[in-house]
Design a protein around this ligand. Structure first.
Ligand code: FO1
Length: 318
């Protein structure tokens, strides 16, 4: 079975770990969000690609959900001693190596997709990890600060500001001119099932869908597309997805997110058991829905969610 998964960072990565346990023989292609990417310390940082790669490759810091395990911060401290920041972004020593290799290869002319493949040769994530695009796309967030509207990079909004002010708009800068990375459209066209894990619907999956051609390819693939709600009990499972949902006028509920994707894209949508009351509304909008436990408390729980998603895919295919 060929499965295509659109993934952001922590939620996508943990779901994928469950999917690999639930379907060990499946051929899984991950289309990773690169809108969170940023140039810091002279290096190209790709948080979501790395979170997937480290999580599936066994190198992730489990408590944080991002960055490397057994990490130290000597390089960052040395840079700070030179007055070089930003101090608000924690890049560890082990992680620096990944970014040096990536930046060197990009500088030598390799596209991000080839660089990601080279990094994955070490981590062996057991999936084919593709960036959504080789073109530079950076998500910016418009905020009102001191009476002025200002655009900040997504990482600055998320990590430095902790989404403490309302997001007025979210813009994937460069997406309109971007092309899907090699292999992305081919993987979608060859898929038996397409899954949207409980990743952020705006800045993760929304950004992937903003790359011209990807949304259309998924809608036209003619195979089941099943998603899992990242909103449980009217709040994000983790992160601050409600802040960016508000910016696009979507309520932070499992049903509102399903309707935001719409029946033109989604065939099935799993909600958490606490949101069982939303199932009828979602089905009324032409999307099959069921309430199942959606908290990824451990790999077994994530695997159970993946099994539910695959079962629903078979039901909507029938
Ligand atoms: N998230 C934080 O909250 N603080 C950090 O200092 C931080 C550093 C960081 C370094 C590398 C990396 O791959 C991810 C990192 N993240 C950090 C996570 C990341 O900023 C976001 O959570 C994702 O972009 C959202 O998916």
């Amino acid at each position: 079975m060929r499965i295509v998964v659109l993934a952001g960072g922590i939620g996508g990565a943990r779901f994928l770990r469950g999917l690999k346990r639930a379907a060990p023989d499946a051929d899984v292609t991950v289309i990773g969000n690169t809108g969170d990417d940023i140039h810091l310390f002279g290096l190209k940082v790709c948080p979501d690609l790395d979170t997937v790669m480290y999580t599936l490759g066994g190198g992730i810091n489990e408590e944080q959900g991002w960055g490397r395990t057994d990490e130290t911060f000597q390089v960052k401290a040395e840079l700070a001693a030179y007055g070089v920041g930003p101090e608000w972004f924690g890049l560890g020593d082990r992680d620096f190596a990944t970014h040096i290799v990536r930046t060197q290869m990009l500088g030598a002319g390799y596209p991000l997709s080839a660089v990601t493949e080279a990094l994955c040769a070490r981590w062996k994530p057991g999936v084919r990890l593709l960036p959504m695009s080789d073109d530079r796309i950076e998500t910016h967030v418009a905020v009102d600060l001191d009476g002025e509207r200002k655009a900040v990079h997504f990482q600055e909004y998320w990590v430095r500001m902790r989404a403490s002010v309302p997001a007025q708009a979210v813009v994937p800068v460069g997406a309109d001119q971007a092309k899907p990375a090699p292999g992305v459209l081919e993987a979608v066209a060859a898929a038996d099932v397409i899954l949207f894990p409980p990743s952020n619907p705006v800045v993760s999956i929304g950004t992937i869908l903003a790359v011209p051609g990807i949304r259309e390819a998924i809608a036209e693939a003619g195979v089941p597309v099943v998603g899992l709600s990242p909103i449980v009990g009217n709040a994000p499972v983790r992160g601050m997805a409600d802040k960016v949902l508000a910016a696009i006028g979507v309520e932070a509920t499992a049903a509102a997110v399903a309707l935001h994707y719409g029946s033109g894209l989604l065939d099935g949508w799993l909600v958490d058991t606490v949101d069982a009351g939303a199932v009828a509304d979602i089905e009324g909008a032409g999307i099959r829905s069921r309430a199942v436990p959606l908290l990824m408390t451990d790999v077994d729980a994530a695997a159970a969610m993946a099994r539910e998603a695959l079962t629903m895919a078979e039901e909507v295919r029938a």
